[in-house]
Design a protein around this ligand. Structure first.
Ligand SMILES: *Cc1c(COP(=O)(O)O)cnc(C)c1O
Length: 412
């Protein structure tokens, strides 16, 4: 199935009982089995089935199966948020004393998470994205995974996933990629060699900003060893399902950050138009970014779709169908950035991305507030930076909104 067909039809049809065209919302905390023996078997992973929604739920499973198909993976686990998905993806294989090597150009919440992990004895080494020498140098015998975002949020650098995966595999460690900003519409990181992909489905996948959620998808291809990944020891017998089996049987189940069936349902509805929305958002982002660059060259518009972006070539090589729906610009100072934002009439002042509506934010005072000065610089967060997540409005209206807001800012 090609993308636009898969968002509508991929996954398990059995769930759609009575001919419903959407999977029903199984709004039930627990599931009855016919016998005590039956329930015992499910708890012991000896039989398929549902027992408790914190562990698995049929509506959530329908969402997981569809994302697995879209990302080209083996299996997925849906979580309460994007941060929960990232946390589960890491803690499934890490123990005290282990280290992470990551691109420094990241979502602020993820940078904060790395600091929280220090309390559990897990250290993180940040390196400049696509700086191969620095990646190589940062890896040592304690390094257990490499992490990067496909398109850094809000740095908007494009990771060369093929090359980073090669580097990770040369050291016997997996590459985990956050694909939130690109989505499987633009790229399937697992096809380029990444081992695990995480998505904050609160963003483009849901698409309307109607629910918080996250999902991780395993390719099933990484060769885990008991020496390097002792936590997976008892699960290696499940072969390509080793990583996901351990997650569902242990930390996902016990940390308890499961996705509610209602939110899985909202995601399934949103997902149906992911391709259509992305097509339009990518087009609008390119149109608006190019217009601002042409009329206000001092705004230093950063967008992988523009030839002026240092990441344009990697984007050309890697991404299909567009360059994403997010760009940034620089207003000259924090005060001017606030003025520009306040003068916008259509664009909403919201910390989200990937909504049908155009959204703007000043990252330095919000999503990256808790980062250090150095972390902000490395993540491309300047004090005058504005991030724009472009929606599906008419491009002419968006251009007019930014034109009048920039004009008002200049007057103030
Ligand atoms: C929003 C976001 C997250 C976190 O997702 P939540 O659903 O808000 O927890 C992680 N990574 C990226 C790139 C994001 O944009």
């Amino acid at each position: 199935m090609k993308f636009q067909t898969a968002v509508l039809h991929a996954g398990n049809k059995e769930l759609e009982k009575y001919g419903a065209t959407l999977p029903p919302v199984y709004q039930s905390g627990a599931f009855e089995q016919k016998s005590a023996e039956g329930l015992a078997k499910i708890f012991d992973n000896k039989a398929p089935g549902y027992c408790y929604t914190r562990v698995a739920n049929p509506t959530t499973a329908a969402f997981e199966m569809r994302i697995t198909k879209l990302e080209g993976g083996m299996a997925s686990v849906a979580c309460a948020s994007g941060m929960a998905a990232i946390t589960n993806a890491f803690l499934n294989i890490l123990q005290s004393g282990d280290e992470i090597v990551t691109s420094a150009s990241l979502y602020g919440g993820t940078i904060d998470l790395f600091r929280d992990l220090e309390a559990f004895g897990i250290q993180t080494n940040f390196v400049e994205n696509n700086n191969w020498g620095a990646f190589e140098q940062a890896i040592n015998e304690h390094t257990k995974l490499i992490f990067a975002e496909t398109i850094g949020n809000p740095g908007l650098d494009v990771t060369d996933i093929e090359r980073l995966a090669e580097l990770a595999h040369a050291h016997g460690i997996p590459l985990i990629v956050d694909n939130t900003t690109a989505t499987s519409y633009l790229i399937r990181p697992l096809d380029m060699g990444a081992d695990i992909v995480v998505n904050s489905s609160s963003k483009y996948i849901n698409g309307n900003g109607s629910a918080i959620s996250g999902i991780l998808t395993d390719s099933g291809r990484f060769k885990w060893t008991r020496e390097k990944y002792p936590l997976l020891r008892d699960y290696l017998k499940y072969g390509p399902m080793a990583y996901i089996s351990r997650m569902r049987a242990t930390i996902f189940r016990n940390f308890g950050a499961c996705l509610s069936p209602q939110n899985a349902f909202l995601n399934l509805i949103g997902l149906e138009t992911l391709g259509l929305r992305m097509e339009r958002q990518c087009k609008n982002a390119l149109g608006l970014a190019a217009w601002i660059q042409e009329h206000y060259p001092e705004a230093a518009v950063n967008f992988p779709g523009l030839k002026s972006s240092p990441w344009h070539q990697i984007a050309e090589k890697q991404l299909k169908n567009g360059y994403g729906g997010i760009f940034t610009l620089r207003a000259g100072s924090r005060e001017r950035a606030f003025s520009l934002i306040n003068n916008l009439k259509l664009a909403l002042k919201v910390s989200n991305i990937g909504d049908t509506k155009t959204l703007v934010i000043h990252p330095a005072s919000t999503i990256s507030l808790h980062s250090t000065q150095k972390q902000k610089e490395e993540a491309g967060v300047y004090d005058d930076l504005i991030r724009v997540s472009v929606g599906i409005e008419d491009l002419g209206d968006l251009i007019e909104d930014f034109r009048q807001a920039i004009e008002m800012m200049e007057k103030q």
